[in-house]
Design a binder for this molecule. Structure first.
Ligand code: PRP
Ligand code: MN
Ligand code: MG
Length: 221
């Protein structure tokens, strides 16, 4: 753990090496179940999934070299955002989804974490506007959250306890994405990097995605 983060962390939950070992395993499972199609489109859910996605695609590329029937891989990206501090606002903003590019494709959604499951369901709903050939969902983490809506990904790296995690691209108000291990944030750090949604109404609006509506601009969705 880098020195500047030491005092902010309760503990390391999953070290980087263990994350990468698990992704190697997941990638093998994914390729085994891919054989009928010769093409797959990985849809990376930004920002939290960028490291999981990049590690996953590196492993898939490496495995493909030795395969008698390699799988062609395409990539797409979408930005989903719904958190303020450590709570889901319940409003999932979806930006930059290339619906036309997903038509008829075998999709594999790449997420870092399923917590309440709201982001996952919102994205799957949005994907119904196009007609993918198939949709599967890989999440590095599935949290045992009391707010879980029951959405179960097809591939899960680790099932984790109900604690707020940062690192390996997961953030707390945009901090800690550059931490290589998955760590539990302590209460002092939560307070230190907290964004006040009452004293900063604009931040609250932006985070909940309602700014455009409030400003009188018609919502794009
Ligand atoms: C986080 C996380 C998942 C989602 C999971 O994203 O990366 O995408 O929330 O939570 P849920 O199951 O309760 O919906 P966030 O909105 O923080 O955006 P980010 O990926 O840019 O950090
Ligand atoms: Mn996310
Ligand atoms: Mg986040």
């Amino acid at each position: 753990v880098p020195k500047h983060y030491e005092t902010d962390l309760e503990s390391v939950l999953i070290p980087n090496g263990m994350i990468r070992d698990r992704i190697d395993r997941l990638a093998r499972n994914i390729l085994e179940e891919c054989t009928p199609h010769s093409e797959i489109t990985l849809l990376c859910v930004l920002k939290g999934a960028y490291l999981f996605f990049s590690e996953m695609i590196s492993v898939l590329m490496r495995l493909n070299v030795d395969r008698p029937n390699p799988v062609r891989i395409h990539v797409e990206f979408v930005r989903l955002s719904s958190y303020a501090n450590d709570v889901s606002t319940g409003h999932v903003r979806i930006l930059g989804l290339n619906l036309a590019g997903l038509y008829g494709k075998h999709l594999l959604i790449i997420e870092d974490i399923v917590d309440t499951g709201r982001s996952a369901i919102a994205l799957l709903e949005e994907l119904r506007r196009t007609e993918p050939a198939s949709v599967r969902f890989a999440s590095l983490l599935l949290k045992k959250s009391p707010h879980w809506n029951g959405f179960r990904p097809d591939y899960v790296g680790f099932i984790i306890p109900d604690a707020f995690l940062v690192g390996y691209a997961l953030d707390y108000n945009e901090h800690f994405r550059d931490l290589d291990h998955l760590c539990i944030l302590n209460d002092e750090a939560k307070a230190k990097y907290q964004v006040s949604l009452t004293s900063n109404p604009m931040a609250a609006l932006l985070m909940s995605g309602q700014a455009a509506a409030v400003a009188g601009v018609p919502s794009s969705s």
